[in-house]
Design a protein around this ligand. Structure first.
Ligand code: ZN
Ligand code: MN
Length: 493
């Protein structure tokens, strides 16, 4: 009846992996720590204390901005965002209002079109700014009391705000994953979802094309409390369905210009309207007189730009160009450890082009399956590659030079990976003979004059008998296509 399209913008809070907090020297790592152990008068908001800026956090924000193609604001400042909540002991959060450190960026995502071809789409970024995190309220330890843990107070966050450029949950997930990838590539955050290093706020609404060709928009819902990629997708799908239903009930759009704030409940798989009292926000932003503005010059930016690694989208295109499949290229770029391993290996074999094809086979098939077997369920688990690059290359070289079969090479890989055997040790078990295919084929034929005559008389079945004999002689070290070609060649002489 109506045509709907979805409009999505994301705000992503990324916890920066600095040594200390944003405005004090407290330890920034409190995972599994005793509550309220990493706090001091500054981050617990005692009167009379003064914040001191963390330069590492500013460096990280510049680096992140460059990794997202942002313009870096040469003059950036701090503002107080005032609100009352027990987990915010100062009564305000130090954030950035009108002069965020990063602005006007974009990142690329890759989508499949209806012909299954990959097309890239730019998602624009409005801004990214630094701010401090609040503490944690713990409601489930007691019926009577709420407990407060201030360890997280003052932890630096980068809030990355996109333009409303996404049109589906698929695009939103691709975008969020690309942000995570980039933050990990540049090592400003571990982005462990399970530790809350990355949190999503979703702005979503629908554009409705009515019968008369007029357009209407459903009110924007801001969905908070989304902490995983799975919830991100589910929350968007839920909102699309809910907003359609709402609209069709009334066909009227109450547009008072206000966003509605909704909370995602992962157990129920639904969003719920927050109480309107909590919704009404007047943060009374004003410049924080306790912290100086930050002036960033071109040299500072250029020094940081030099430290940027090659970005995932560039590598993705590079791997596709080498002939790796979309799925493999995607899983390689997803982890910089793996991407760096591949790039290093490619550099090591750059003077041996005959190895490249077989190496890529090995990498995409055998190495990835070893990695998948040894890493657990968790998306955040670090990848451990238990074979040296030189050894993997040598294994491939042994196969290409017909010293060992692919099956034996695979057994070697497993021995190295699982049992810590050395390649040297394994190599000492293989024979040193080198197969001369021409010699073997000629010998097998001349030993069976009988069959040769049958073949010449037109019995084509004999061909396969020859093939079987030669394969036995070559012990699987030469691939069957090559044997076939050689056999045909010699028989036709
Ligand atoms: Zn502190
Ligand atoms: Mn924020």
């Amino acid at each position: 009846m109506y045509k709907y399209s979805t409009i999505i913008g994301l705000e992503i809070h990324v916890q920066l992996d600095t040594k200390t907090k944003l405005f004090c020297s407290c330890n920034n790592e409190s995972f599994n720590a005793e509550p309220n152990i990493n706090i001091c008068p500054i981050c617990s908001g005692q009167p009379g204390t003064l914040p001191v800026m963390n330069k590492q956090a500013i460096n990280f924000a510049i680096k992140a901005g460059l990794a997202m193609n942002c313009e870096i604001n040469k003059h950036t400042k701090w503002d107080r965002k005032s609100y009352f909540y027990p987990d915010l002991p100062k009564g305000y959060q130090i954030s950035q209002f009108d002069q965020p450190i990063d602005k006007d960026g974009y990142i690329e995502i890759f989508l499949e079109n209806e012909n299954k071809e990959l097309v890239s789409k730019k998602i624009r970024l409005e801004r990214a700014h630094l701010e401090e995190d609040a503490g944690k309220s713990i409601h489930d330890r007691s019926i009577e009391y709420t407990y407060l843990d201030y360890n997280r107070c003052g932890t630096p966050l980068l809030e990355i705000v996109s333009k409303p450029d996404m049109t589906s949950s698929v695009e939103a997930e691709l975008y969020a994953r690309e942000i995570r990838r980039r933050m990990r590539y540049i090592e400003v955050s571990k982005c462990d979802m399970e530790k809350g290093h990355m949190r999503f706020d979703i702005n979503v609404n629908l554009k409705v094309e009515k019968k008369d060709g007029e357009f209407a928009y459903t009110p924007i819902a801001e969905v908070k409390n989304v902490n995983s990629f799975r919830s991100l997708v589910r929350a968007i799908e839920f909102e699309i369905a809910r907003q359609k239903e709402e609209f069709e009930k009334t066909e009227i759009v109450k547009n008072d210009g206000n966003k509605t704030t909704r909370l995602w409940n992962d157990n129920k798989g639904a969003t719920a309207q927050m109480r309107t009292k909590e919704e009404a926000a007047d943060y009374r932003y004003f410049p924080d007189p306790d912290v100086m503005p930050v002036v960033i010059d071109e040299n500072w930016i250029e020094e940081i730009r030099k430290t940027l690694p090659e970005m995932p989208s560039v590598r993705f295109n590079k791997y596709l160009g080498l002939g790796l499949s979309k799925t493999i290229s995607y899983s390689v770029v997803d982890n910089i450890v793996l991407a760096n391993y591949l790039d290093d290996c490619l550099a090591l074999i750059s003077n041996k082009p005959e190895l490249e094809k077989e190496f890529l086979n090995w990498f995409g098939r055998d190495l990835l399956s070893q990695i998948n077997q040894s890493s657990g369920e968790s998306e955040d688990a670090a990848i451990i590659i238990k074979i040296a690059k030189e050894d993997l290359i040598e294994l491939v070289e042994l196969v290409v030079n017909r010293k060992i079969t692919r099956n034996l090479a695979k057994e070697f890989l497993v021995e190295i990976w699982d049992n810590g055997k050395s390649l040297e040790e394994l190599k000492s078990t293989i024979s040193t003979e080198v197969i001369d295919l021409e010699e073997v084929v000629s010998r097998v034929i001349s030993n069976s004059q009988n069959m040769l005559e049958q073949y010449k008389a037109g019995n084509e079945k004999v061909f396969n008998v020859f093939l079987g004999l030669i394969m036995k002689e070559t012990k699987g070290l030469v691939n069957p296509q090559e044997i076939q070609a050689k056999l045909k060649d010699i028989l036709s002489r």
